[in-house]
Ligand binder design. Structure first.
Ligand code: TXE
Length: 480
């Protein structure tokens, strides 16, 4: 049994209350470890430590902090295999995916913000011979970061890296469903030179630890990634406290396939954008909208490719889909497949739990599922399922495609497949989304603003947007 610990004030320690929570391996459905069942007392300890550590961390300066974060990035890279195995075991995703995407991106997050802070621009405004203004972007002080289970280390570091680089100290909470790589990271901090109290990692339940972070009066900013419902709860608590909030929430992302697209490239990429990480990425395309003239051709070719995907042992290099993250989530996704059937949908492939054999027979596996025959307003096409499930809908012309694409309460990401450049520009302009990919998916430049509109969240992460979120702008006006 692995025993995971909190990191508070530079010390790895259990919860003050002494309680423990089970952690499961989705591939086998078994308990592999336990994590501290922390509560507001542990959060209080961490907040005090972080405030004590802040002056020296801020005084270290951008160069000093950059050096420490680069050392931490290197320490993760030196242990990439270990982190990848832990991430796969904890989340159920294929080891090949953790090795190729999750851990390299966590390393890149630290390296990106360790250098971005060195070039973080500020402004001056000269008023002829009257005065000169400069904008001083100072760190907020101590911030709260709460992250989800789908890309555990990738999204955990996406928040703490800019927060730390900007000079803040952090009280962070990884998901209780996938705590392992955050714990592994905490064992590297001291050697990397992260001073005690600068980064504090508290494990435990959302409504206990996450809620305590959200409500803590000495955490003036909260950066959250997770479900829209939880995001609304965090906003309900934080808004009357006038906290600064970054909310990266759910999505119901459309993929618009026009008849003039590069069919083979589109098909290959659309299988990826549908089922990577078992469809558990907020950027996955779950509603595929196809121009009617090629609908049948697309449907038959797509279903054939999906049927060929291998659901299997995450440690097997030939596996395309591993296990979904928890028993509860598996049941939730299977429930949505039943709902789709009851709403009149036709399941073209998948649609059920996959029972593997041997050690894996109790694992939480779902066959990649393609559904057609549902209109835009049913629950299946309105609600985030966040599993290996996509729906197909035909459209007639550009205006119909855009209307269908925008017809949900979400607005995070979207994909357009067309060879017509003018049409790509027009449709990209008209889509209610924070991110639009044209003839590609998941190409990520960390300098770009990342986030969504409507119920997909508030604010933007990435690049200067993240550094501006984790700093406060002060206008200083000097009379000449
Ligand atoms: O997220 P939660 P979950 C969506 C997806 C998924 C749904 C729920 O639809 O099915 O969200 O997933 C902490 N106060 N996305 O359960 O509950 C919790 O402990 C403060 C999309 O993982 O939002 C965890 O650390 N914190 C998303 C974090 O919030 C609370 C990625 C996320 O948990 C809390 C993941 C509370 N009251 C899920 N309750 C994306 N945009 O990528 C929970 N938490």
């Amino acid at each position: 049994m692995e025993q995971l610990l909190n990191l508070i004030d530079g010390e790895l320690r259990p919860a003050l209350g002494g309680g423990w929570l089970d952690v499961h391996a989705p591939a086998t459905g078994t308990v592999y470890g336990e994590l501290p069942d922390s509560d507001q007392c542990d959060v209080e300890l961490a907040v005090q430590a972080a405030h004590r550590a802040f002056p020296a961390w801020n005084a270290l300066g951008r160069d000093g902090r950059s050096t420490v974060l680069l050392r931490l990035a290197q320490a993760i890279e030196d242990d990439l295999e270990g982190f990848a195995h832990d991430e796969s075991r904890d989340n159920g995703k294929p080891l090949s995916l953790a090795r190729r995407v999750d851990i390299p991106r966590a390393i890149a997050n630290f390296r990106f913000f360790a250098t971005a802070i060195l070039h973080f621009p500020s402004e001056a405004h000269l008023m002829d011979d009257v005065a000169v203004n400069y904008t001083d972007r100072q760190p907020i002080g101590v911030v709260g970061c709460i992250s989800p289970w789908n890309l555990p280390l990738y999204l955990f570091t996406w928040k703490i890296a800019p927060a730390l680089a900007a000079g803040n100290c952090v009280v962070a909470k990884p998901s209780e469903v996938t705590p392992l790589t955050a714990f592994r990271l905490s064992t590297l901090c001291e050697k990397a030179g992260i001073p005690s109290g600068v980064l504090n990692i508290i494990h435990g339940l959302g409504p206990k630890v996450g809620a305590a972070i959200t409500a803590h009066p000495r955490l003036p900013a909260i950066s959250f990634t997770g479900g829209t419902r939880t995001g609304a709860e965090i906003a309900r608590v934080a808004a009357p406290m006038f906290k600064k909030l970054s909310l990266e929430l759910g999505g119901k992302n459309p993929v618009l396939v026009f008849a003039d697209c590069d069919f083979d490239e589109m098909l290959k990429t659309t299988v990826r954008s549908s089922f990577t990480n078992q469809g558990q990425i907020c950027l996955c395309g779950s509603r595929i909208l196809v121009e009617r003239s090629i609908y049948t051709k697309f449907r038959d070719a797509f279903v054939e490719r999906v049927k060929a995907l291998k659901v299997g042992d995450p440690s097997d290099p030939t596996t395309d889909l591993g296990a979904v993250v928890s028993k509860g989530h598996m049941e939730n996704v299977l429930g949505y497949i039943e709902l789709a059937r009851s709403e009149g949908g036709t399941v073209l492939c998948g649609g059920e739990r996959v029972q593997l054999d041997g050690m894996l027979q109790e694992g939480w596996y779902i066959a990649p599922t393609v559904i057609e025959g549902l209109g835009p307003v049913c629950r299946t096409n309105q609600e985030e399922i966040f599993g290996p499930v996509v729906t197909l809908q035909p459209f007639d012309g550009e205006a119909d495609a855009v209307a269908l694409a925008n017809a949900t309460p979400y607005g995070l990401a979207s994909v357009i497949w067309t060879r017509d450049g003018q049409r790509a520009l027009r449709v990209a302009r008209d889509l209610n989304a924070g991110i639009v990919w044209v003839n590609c998916w998941m190409i990520r430049d960390l300098r770009t603003p990342f986030g969504g509109v409507k119920q997909s969240g508030v604010g933007r992460e990435g690049g200067v947007d993240a550094l501006r979120f984790f700093t406060e702008a002060k206008n200083v006006c000097l009379k000449l």
